[in-house]
Design a protein around this ligand. Sequence first.
Ligand SMILES: [Zn+2]
Length: 211
Amino acid sequence: MDLVWLRNLLSYEEQQYHHLLSMLEPTIIRQGKNDKLIWPCNSDGSFSVKSCCSLIDNTSSANDRVFEANVWIKGAPPKVQVFLWLAVQDKVSTRAFLHQWTVLSATQVSCVFCSSDLETSEHLFIHCNFSRSVWMKVLDWWGIQCCLPRTLDSLLLQWPEMVHGKFQRLAWRLISSSTIWGIWLLRNKIVFEERTINLFDCFSTIFLGTS
Ligand SMILES: [Zn+2]
């Protein structure tokens, strides 16, 4: 099947396209027959939430469950959960992401905090000097000593393992998600309100929800 696209596909879109083609390959189109939706997990082809839940339970791996617990964090606001899910896939509207979609030019991609590096999710939330200082203060406050991980998913998936106890681990997940969300809110204040930001603003946003 040859399809014509209005723009070049991004690498992950090409993978999705090839995946779609491989799914369609065994499909035989019969002339004169009407299409109908079939849910293959029920013998009569009808959909039910129960069969959907058991499908998810049976197909999710241990890694998926770790991902779910650390990204879809119980108690975090839904908008923060969705934001984390996008952030670990590097799909939040950082300047690098907007440049990829040709919204920003190559001269507009530097980090809003330090102006010296490409503003990717990982730089913005972990490696930027400003964010690094924020994390160091949060770790200090919690009484943890460790190095910052290289990637955002390592931060979300592995860091909770440093904390012992179910309640403490949940609290740490909430604090780390709040820190990432707080960095994002402050970044947007600089971009959209031309505000000057300091570490105190960041802590107000993380712990008090104000800035
Ligand atoms: Zn930076």
